[in-house]
Design a protein around this ligand. Structure first.
Ligand code: NAD
Length: 510
């Protein structure tokens, strides 16, 4: 059995290692989940909600301790662990506690008149066993939210946390013990890529993946083998547009927070800023002042994953080689920690990796635009489409621009926060992924939807059933015109035959 190393990236301290699951253990875990599945699926939702309440109570009883531990496993500062991990999880649990019954109730829909007497509805049923594969940047939030959504929808869940912050998997196990779930309903398969691949190969009923585009491709290819549905929440290169009429103080604060929170390791980080040339200098000055005021270990944390520091450095080198200017920051710590200075870069363009590829680090590149069309063209010029931000005091303009942004999420005079509203669906377009969770769709995405058309069963036949007769053809043609034609009175001419045929469905014929 091998173990995963857990370091505190902000201090270099080595913490308790975590035992990795072998492929055999994953298979055995899947069998346990399969055995638990019928019992959990038939547990009433109201009872499942009581388990979730226990988790919320445990989390809210231990807010400080959880935030401290999450900070030690990831290098993020305590406040960010609280604001961006613990709080949104509690918020999301409370949202589903209040709304799950309504969201998962059978949903009545209309029935066309030709099926007169019938009624129709959609039923939401558990899918079986869900595999949730999570990343390291928000290892608590991005694990617990999909896991709870899947559990509430009546599924058993196997979570594969990231090997980069393996202590968080253990922390999640501890939190979930407070729920006292039946055996096999929720399991944490600790491990790295091999464990993830074994989980994908163990044929879950759905794979919910959050991580990089490269891994997303591999998971989708593996899932295709058995036609397993996948939901992919992938990377981003999120643009922020600052118009000349924006409140520059707010825009600068937002850019600095949006780029440097969680050391820029946010899928929805501000990774490209386009600012109108008329306010560029004023905006840049404010951004530099605010960046200079950030305190290491208090306002910004360390990065989490050593290879990510190298990616940041590569992007910066490439940008500088192509003519960009590092206005501030740009250096990695040399004290054995993973701190990287908050970095502002000007003079950038779309020939640079820094403006094309996901940097996922504390770097804020800024370039100018002249017209709304140019800002939109630049913002949409990306393989990604996760989030975008628009800053202007003209809300009509903001909404016009929003309609033209190719993006799964948009924030107006805000950054990142659309994800924090549990009522809003969340997900990407283009290579930022496929599928949505959060909000009502966050439970539907873990459900099989069964469409039901129900007749009281007393009529001998329906109008479209045998036998076909010339009268039936005439009635159907008349009905088509009456319901959908340009001149409905034409259809009305056939009312006698329509009525006769409709009523005829109630008559027994030999
Ligand atoms: P990653 O793709 O390297 O790893 C994610 C998870 O996949 C890990 O648990 C890893 O062990 C597992 N994995 C790796 N190879 C696998 C395989 N072949 N089969 C099954 N599982 C496998 O991503 P990461 O570096 O942990 O996370 C950073 C990325 O995640 C960034 O691109 C970021 O933008 C993205 N992200 C997206 C969102 C979102 O909601 N859209 C949120 C956070 C992070």
């Amino acid at each position: 059995m091998s173990s995963l190393t857990q370091i505190n990236p902000a201090t270099g301290e080595i913490l308790t290692p975590v035992e990795e699951w072998s492929a055999d253990e994953v298979r055995a875990g899947m069998e346990r989940a399969r055995s638990a599945s019928p019992g959990w699926a038939s547990t009433p939702l109201t009872e499942r909600l009581r388990y979730v309440a226990r988790l919320r109570e445990y989390i809210t009883d231990h807010v400080e301790e959880l935030a401290r531990e999450l900070a030690s496993y990831t290098g993020k500062v305590y406040t960010e662990a609280m604001v961006l991990e613990v709080f949104p999880v509690a918020d999301s649990l409370a949202y589903y506690e209040q709304n799950a019954v309504k969201i998962l109730a059978a949903q009545r829909v209309k029935t066309p008149i030709v099926f007169f007497g019938n009624h129709s509805y959609i039923e939401y049923k558990p899918m079986g066993v869900i595999a949730v594969i999570a990343p390291w940047n928000f290892p608590f939030l991005l694990s617990v939210t999909p896991v709870i959504s899947a559990l509430l929808a009546g599924n058993c869940v196997m979570l594969k946390p990231s090997e980069v912050a393996p202590g968080v998997g253990v922390l999640i196990e501890r939190c979930f013990q407070a729920m006292k779930l039946p055996d096999g309903v929720f399991q944490v398969a600790h491990g790295g890529r091999e464990t993830g691949a074994a989980l994908t190969a163990s044929r879950p009923d759905k794979i919910f993946f959050t991580g990089s585009v490269a891994t997303g491709r591999k998971i989708m290819a593996a899932a295709a083998e058995h036609l397993i549905p996948v939901e992919l929440e992938l990377g981003g290169k999120d643009p922020m547009i600052v118009f000349e009429d924006a409140d520059l103080e707010r825009a600068a604060n937002a850019a600095v927070w949006g780029a440097f929170t969680n050391a820029g390791q946010v899928c929805m980080s501000v990774e490209r800023v386009y600012v109108h040339e008329a306010v560029y200098q004023a905006f840049l000055t404010k951004v530099l002042e605010k960046t200079a005021a950030l305190r290491r270990g208090v306002d910004y944390g360390s990065m989490t994953f050593p290879p990510q520091v190298e990616i940041v450095q590569t992007h910066l080198r490439d940008a500088v080689a192509r003519g960009a200017k590092v206005e501030c920051g740009g250096r990695a710590a040399e004290d054995g920690t993973l701190y990287f200075e908050p970095t502002v870069v000007s003079g950038v363009d779309h020939s640079m990796q820094l403006m094309i590829d996901e940097t996922f680090g504390p770097v804020l590149p800024i370039m100018t635009f002249r017209t709304e069309e140019e800002a939109l063209r630049l913002a949409n010029d990306s393989i990604y489409g996760l989030n975008a931000s628009v800053f202007t005091l003209d809300l009509a303009k903001a909404k016009r621009v929003t309609r033209q942004l190719i993006s799964g999420n948009v924030c107006i005079n805000e950054v990142i926060t659309s994800m924090a509203n549990p009522h809003l669906p969340f997900g990407g377009v283009k290579q930022s992924g496929m599928g949505r969770y959060h909000g009502p769709i966050g439970l539907h995405t873990f459900s099989h939807q069964t469409s039901v058309m129900a007749s009281p069963g007393k009529k001998p036949r329906e109008i479209g059933w045998h036998p076909y007769t010339p009268d039936r053809d005439q009635a159907l043609a008349g009905l088509t015109r009456l319901l959908y034609g340009r001149n409905r009175s034409q259809g009305l001419k056939s009312w006698r035959v329509i009525l006769r045929e409709l009523l005829g469905t109630y008559k027994k014929r030999s």
